[in-house]
Design a protein around this ligand. Structure first.
Ligand SMILES: [Fe+2]
Length: 299
């Protein structure tokens, strides 16, 4: 078992930074912490200095995923697990790690080529409290981490083995997504039902990332986000509904990058002592109606 404890941060490549500069604060309620000289946007969701980082690019997809360990000992456990599995990794130079607001970091790729940054010691700005640009309370993070992400995987079986056997993610459950008839696998690194889910589907076009999830503190805050998305003219990709497995009541709004953000509330927390791994023949108990996004070709 390795020492990853939470989802720390996610980096993205994004082609329309101007749209993101409005969408992130005005629809999602994320705080723009910093805009770097190269146009990179650093966003906050809580006391962490960096939670979501958007890099100007001609691509739109996940660029790297930052998994956080509680301590140096946890990071050393991940190093040992990778060495035992003969998986190469880079020890990131101290200066670079510090410039990315963590104390220490290693880098490697998963079986789908997603860049992973395992680290400990993120910078916390308790002296500059998170200020939501829309007046919402901070997202549900803390010991449950930033939220979750869902990736399409062309190496589904290998990836499940890698994350669970090498990196120590615990399998929570699986389900079959109706319509596309693909299996999805949900994994946790803390009490959050899942911090990562993989869908057995090679991305043929568009981003590998399907969505990230940010959890609100109340149902009303999901409703406020829904109203903001509608008022901003954003596309609701998946309408309000309740998931069968993590019980999240949520909707999905399409970002300027063509992947979605799930805004949710009420996700279950897992008790490792009593949890049974199960399978579901569907993904939602009600709602979650899919709305086809407007074709980019028609723009
Ligand atoms: Fe989700």
């Amino acid at each position: 078992m390795s020492g990853i404890d939470t989802l720390g941060y996610i980096g993205f490549n994004a082609s329309d930074m101007a749209a993101w500069k409005k969408f992130a604060p005005e629809v999602l309620g994320l705080q723009i912490a910093e805009e770097l000289e190269d146009g990179t946007l650093v966003l906050r969701a809580d006391s962490h200095q960096r939670r979501i980082i958007l890099h100007p690019s001609d691509q739109d997809d996940v660029a790297y995923v930052g998994w956080e360990c509680r301590s140096r000992e946890g990071l050393d456990e991940v190093r040992s697990a990778l060495q035992s599995a003969n998986i190469p990794f880079e020890n990131v130079a101290m200066e670079e790690a510090r410039s990315l607001s963590v104390r220490e970091m290693i880098r490697f790729s998963d079986n789908d080529g997603v860049l992973i940054e395992v680290h400990y010691g993120p910078t916390i700005l308790s002296n500059q409290p998170f200020v939501s640009p829309v007046g919402a309370r901070p997202f549900v993070t803390q010991e449950q981490g930033l939220g979750h992400l869902v990736l399409a995987s062309g190496e589904y079986s290998k990836q499940n083995t890698f994350y669970q056997q090498v990196l120590g993610f615990k399998p929570t459950d699986t389900l079959t997504i109706p319509g596309i008839n693909s299996e999805a696998s949900f994994m946790r690194v803390n009490q959050r039902h899942h911090s990562l889910a993989l869908v057995d589907m090679a991305p043929t076009h568009g981003p590998r990332l399907h969505h990230i999830m940010l959890e609100m503190q109340s149902l009303d805050e999901v409703g406020f986000a829904y109203s903001r998305a509608r008022a901003a003219g954003a596309h609701i990709l998946i309408d309000l509904g309740r998931h069968v497995n993590d019980n999240m009541l949520s909707f999905y709004v399409l970002t300027p990058s063509g992947w979605a953000v799930e805004i949710g509330w009420g996700g279950v927390q897992i008790d490792d002592e009593t949890w049974h791994v199960t399978h579901y023949p569907t993904n939602s108990s009600w709602g979650h109606e899919f709305h086809m996004p407007p074709s980019k070709a028609s723009n």
